[in-house]
Design a protein around this ligand. Structure first.
Ligand SMILES: [Zn+2]
Length: 412
C-alpha cells in the first residue's frame, strides 16, 4: 500500500511538474501583448447596460438603448475573433455602424420585401442597403439572408483573408495601411461613402461604447463550445519527430516523460489554434520557451491545448483573447530547451492544470486527419472519426527520470 502511494505520488509529480511550468509564471510578455491588441486590453464583452448616453465630436448628445448596445457587443466580439483587428479596428467598425444605421439592424422592404422576415430594428430605405453597416447585396456584400445577420455583417466589414467576401468587396483589413489612416477615413474607405466627416463625429461615441462594454468584463467561466478541431500546422510543413510518453531525453540523456508531441517545421511556420477557445496565458519559460495555452470546450468538456518553443516576439495573442479554430496564434521557433525549430503540442483534458494525454489519439478522435499524417490539412471540420489506432507504446516504461518537455528534435 505504501509503495503504491509513493508510486502514485511520483506519477503525480511527473504529470503535474509541467503543469506548474505551464501556470507558474503569470508574467505576460509585453511584446506579445501589443501584437494583436493595440489598446492593450481585451475584446471580451461584459454585461450590456440598458442604456448609454454620450456625445459626438460635434457636440450632439446620443443615447443608445440595450438593443443598439447588443449590436455593438456583436461587433466587438466578432472583431476579437479576427486576427489583426484589435481595438483600433473595432472602434472604426463601431464608427461605421453608428453612422450608417445608428447601430440598428435595418430591413429594407422596399428593395427586398423578404428582409422584413428576419429579426430587425426597423425599416431603412437607402437604395438596397441592409443592416448595421448598410451593406448592399447588389454591391456583392452578401445575400439578403447573410446581410440580415449582424455577425455576418461585422465579419464582412472586418474582411481580411478569413472574411466572407475576400478579396472583394474590401473589408477593413483589405484596405492597405488602414492603421495609419484617420479612423474616419478608414471607415469611409470600407463603406465607399462620400462623407468621411460623418464617421469622424462618432469616434468619441465608439470609444466610449468600447470602453464601457469591455471594462469590468469577467471572462466567461465556460468557454463557448467549439464546433470543429483543426490541425495546428499548415499541411506539408511538418514532420512528427517525437511521441508523447517516456523517452530518453535528447539533451540530458536521462529517461524522462515527454508531455506532448513534437512536430518539426521550418522556423516561422504559422501555428494555428486547434479549436475555438480563450487564451489562458502567454509565457516564456526556460524549458518551453514562448508558450501559448488555450482553453476550449469540446464535446461539452473543458480541454486545454499548449504550443511551445515560440520565439517571444512571435506570440500573436494575449491572455483573455478569444481565438477561432485555425487562427494564426504564433510562429514555430526553437526557444527554450530545443535543438531545432519545432512545435511541441500538449493536450490536457479538464484544463491547463490537469495531466496531459497523448495528443495523437486525442486528435484522431476529434477530426478525420490524423496527427501522424504530414498532409493533414488545417481547417477541416470535425467529422465522424476514421482514426487509426493510437500510437504504439512508448519506448521505455521507466518513470524514474525527471519530467521535461519539448527538447527533442530529430527531424530533417
Ligand atoms: Zn516536445
Amino acid at each position: 500500500m505504501a509503495r503504491k502511494i509513493v508510486l502514485t505520488m511520483l506519477v503525480a509529480v511527473l504529470v503535474f511538474a509541467p503543469a506548474v511550468a505551464l501556470l507558474g509564471s503569470a508574467v505576460v510578455n509585453p511584446a506579445a501583448t501589443g501584437t494583436c491588441l493595440p489598446g492593450g486590453d481585451s475584446l471580451i464583452v461584459g454585461p450590456v447596460p440598458d442604456s448609454l448616453t454620450t456625445t459626438t465630436s460635434d457636440g450632439h448628445q446620443i443615447t443608445l438603448d440595450r438593443t443598439q448596445l447588443t449590436h455593438a457587443a456583436t461587433i466587438i466580439t466578432t472583431g476579437g475573433r479576427v486576427d489583426g483587428v484589435g481595438r483600433d479596428g473595432v472602434v472604426i467598425a463601431l464608427m461605421a455602424a453608428l453612422t450608417e444605421s445608428r447601430l440598428r439592424m435595418l430591413a429594407n422592404t422596399g428593395a427586398y420585401p423578404e428582409s422584413g422576415d428576419y429579426p430587425n430594428d426597423g425599416d431603412g430605405s437607402d437604395h438596397d442597403s441592409l443592416g448595421l453597416f448598410q451593406m448592399r447585396p447588389a454591391a456583392g456584400w452578401g445575400t439578403v439572408a447573410q446581410l440580415m445577420d449582424p455577425t455576418y455583417q461585422a465579419a464582412a466589414f472586418y474582411g481580411g483573408p478569413t472574411g466572407p467576401n475576400y478579396p472583394s468587396p474590401r473589408g477593413l483589413l483589405d484596405i492597405t495601411g488602414w492603421r495609419d489612416m484617420d479612423p474616419g477615413e478608414a471607415a469611409q474607405a470600407v463603406e465607399v461613402s462620400a462623407h468621411p466627416d460623418r464617421y469622424r463625429a462618432f469616434q468619441p461615441v465608439a470609444e466610449t461604447i468600447l470602453t464601457t462594454l469591455t471594462t469590468n468584463s469577467q471572462p466567461p467561466t465556460q468557454v463557448p463550445e467549439a464546433d470543429r478541431v483543426v490541425f495546428p500546422l499548415p499541411a506539408g510543413t511538418w514532420n512528427k519527430t517525437s511521441d508523447f510518453g517516456p523517452r530518453i531525453h535528447p539533451i540530458t540523456g536521462e529517461v524522462s516523460f515527454h508531455t506532448g508531441t513534437d512536430y518539426a517545421a521550418p522556423d516561422a511556420t504559422p501555428i494555428l489554434a486547434v479549436a475555438d477557445g480563450r487564451v489562458v496565458s502567454t509565457d516564456t519559460t526556460p524549458v518551453y520557451g514562448g508558450l501559448i495555452v488555450i482553453e476550449h470546450t469540446i464535446d461539452a468538456l473543458p480541454v486545454a491545448t499548449a504550443y511551445a518553443h515560440i520565439w517571444p516576439d512571435d506570440i500573436h495573442v494575449s491572455p483573455g483573447q478569444i481565438v477561432a479554430a485555425g487562427q494564426h496564434i504564433g510562429d514555430v521557433g526553437s526557444a527554450g530547451q530545443s535543438t531545432g525549430p519545432h512545435l511541441h503540442l500538449e493536450v490536457r483534458p479538464g484544463g491547463p492544470d490537469q495531466p496531459p494525454v497523448d495528443p495523437v489519439p486525442w486528435f484522431n478522435g476529434h477530426r478525420p486527419d490524423d496527427l501522424d499524417n504530414p498532409t493533414a490539412t488545417p481547417g477541416t471540420p470535425c467529422a465522424p472519426s476514421t482514426a487509426p489506432p493510437p500510437d504504439p507504446p512508448a519506448r521505455t516504461v521507466d518513470l524514474g527520470g525527471s519530467s521535461r518537455t519539448g527538447v527533442e528534435w530529430d527531424g530533417p
